[in-house]
Design a protein around this ligand. Structure first.
Ligand code: AMP
Ligand code: MG
Length: 507
């Protein structure tokens, strides 16, 4: 379908009174997207909905079941709401370090943008059929990967980590071929913007300077208004993106999250975690952990993520050179300006990670050698493949007088004791009170993260028609820092079979 062709949409559903549409991305014009309708899933049913995401939108609690909303039909790719202008956006990107050319929303459709009490939010369905950017893909998403994306989006949000949100999953019996036959689902995602680094790369690499500039101006106006007043707004935008990306990387590293596919088309211009595929939370701590079984080189290993984000920022900077030149020729000085703009990434990442680690250690004050103390703790954990989440959580209950359960996690007791003695001295130096420290630590060291095996259990049940585990897990993950003793089973060590779980790009 050509970008200009008028989409032939099914009769739209009357718009729920609560929804006021803006559709500012649609207004950018046909160089940025293709308008087209979704292809509805047959006989859709709800798998799960997120009350918390609905609250973000300011929607009524019963939105999913209100007959006048037709939400199940709309969010399964049926006729859209009146005034929604479904479209697929075009982007390009570097995949695994190599220029991949044009990509785009191959199975995602932006339904549009609505006003919410929390500002304008875009609604996007993923798995709603083929688009002009589908390449070899079928435009569908399977239930398995949709549950993973849905649960992890919401889990990350409740961990306090910037992310796109997930409002709902709809399932269907429609068969979809992956390694095996599976069934289709659609996830509805919510974010202020789904613009990726790859959107900028697209217009830069395809020699479309006017569109590149329109995109940058759009992002500045709606998402980074403070950059407008800078001497060079585009360098300011690049720097602002670098800073947000740095904070996001510190958050990922601190919580032990591995994204798995940090291609430039999977990095958000807003510094949000986006595109949950073969992600994983660390179990036993291995800095070299590779969660994506398709990533044979380990390019996106846990410890490499901060460096990869910087690599991606260089790709973004490259794409933005014509903008940073401010209408003039791109010269060496332009390159210097671009490099200068992303330079703060390193210090912001290091500073934020240090602050996160200090918080995880329960330190209320800052000292120069805190980073060393944290690094030695991480090295100790790595040496024994100590469970990343459980070890940090147990440290909250560690007291110098009674080393307790965290010490039991280490075979090399002398090494643990030597570190614990330094930790005790450091705590004493700030007059730390164990009970207060423990409470502080429990607010930053989660008890519950979405480990692969938890997700897998929910997926297997859902594939057999039981969505109870998915919904239950969502509730538990909405309070990751609370004890929730009744759900302690979700905070246990991974079972042996979790080691053999393979998560790939196939979704
Ligand atoms: P990902 O690696 O999931 O971020 O996807 C990379 C590109 O492939 C994006 O342009 C996606 O829209 C597209 N894509 C992935 N899976 C499918 C699919 N099943 N159908 C169509 N396009 C897809
Ligand atoms: Mg992607």
């Amino acid at each position: 379908m050509h970008a200009d062709s008028s989409p032939v949409l099914d009769r739209p559903h009357s718009k729920p009174a609560a929804l006021r549409w803006r559709n500012r991305y649609a207004a950018l014009g046909p160089a940025f997207h293709t308008r087209l309708p979704a292809q509805a899933l047959p006989q859709p049913h709800w798998v799960a909905t997120s009350d918390s995401a609905a609250a973000l939108l300011g929607w009524p609690a019963d939105w999913a079941d209100r007959p006048d909303w037709h939400a199940l039909e709309v969010l399964s790719g049926g006729p859209p709401w009146e005034d929604s202008e479904p479209l697929a956006t075009v982007y390009s990107g570097h995949q695994f370090g190599v220029w991949a050319g044009q990509l785009g929303d191959g199975r995602a459709l932006l339904l549009g943008e609505i006003d919410t009490p929390n500002g304008p939010m875009e609604l996007q369905i993923k798995g709603g059929g083929r688009t002009p950017y589908s390449r070899m893909g079928d435009g569908r998403a399977v239930l398995r990967s949709s549950i993973r994306e849905f649960l992890c989006s919401e889990a990350m949000h409740h961990l306090g980590i910037p992310t796109t949100r997930a409002l709902a999953i709809v399932g269907s019996a429609l068969p979809v071929r992956r390694e095996t036959m599976e069934t289709a689902a659609v996830v509805t995602r919510v974010a202020p913007s789904f613009v990726r680094f790859g959107h900028f790369e697209h217009f830069a690499h395809h020699g479309l300077p006017t569109e590149l500039r329109a995109l940058a101006d759009f992002v500045i106006e709606h998402h980074y208004p403070a950059c407008r007043d800078a001497t060079n707004p585009y360098a300011a935008l690049l720097e602002a993106v670098a800073r947000r990306t740095a904070v996001l990387m510190a958050d990922w590293q601190a919580v032990g999250f591995c994204h798995g596919v940090m291609n430039t088309d999977n990095l958000s211009i807003l510094g949000l975690t986006i595109d949950y595929g073969p992600f994983g939370f660390l179990d036993g701590f291995d800095p070299g952990h590779v969660c994506n079984h398709s990533d044979h080189q380990g390019r996106y290993a846990y410890a490499r993520q901060p460096g990869v984000a910087l690599w991606n920022l260089h790709a973004l900077a490259q794409a933005m050179l014509p903008l940073i030149a401010m209408g003039g020729e791109v010269t060496e000085a332009t390159g210097d300006l671009a490099l200068e703009a992303i330079e703060p990434y390193k210090a912001v990442f290091a500073g934020t990670l240090e602050a996160r680690l200090r918080g995880k250690l329960g330190l209320a004050t800052a000292r120069d050698d805190d980073r060393q103390l944290a690094d030695d703790w991480l090295a100790l954990m790595a040496a024994e493949r100590a469970d990343y989440t459980i070890t940090w959580r147990r440290l909250a209950r560690h007291s110098p007088a009674d080393p307790g359960a965290v010490r039991d996690l280490f075979l090399d007791r002398p090494a643990f004791d030597a570190w614990a003695e330094r930790y005790a001295r450091r705590l004493a130096a700030e007059g730390s009170i164990d009970a207060e420290r423990g409470e502080r630590m429990n607010r930053v060291n989660p008890k519950f993260v979405l480990r692969n095996h938890l997700c897998e259990n929910a997926i297997r049940a859902a594939q057999a028609g039981d969505f109870g585990e998915t919904r239950h897990l969502l509730k538990v993950l909405e309070r990751p820092y609370d004890e929730q003793p009744e759900h302690s089973a979700c905070a246990e060590f991974p079972p042996d079979w979790a080691q053999t779980l393979e998560v790939s790009c196939s979704s």
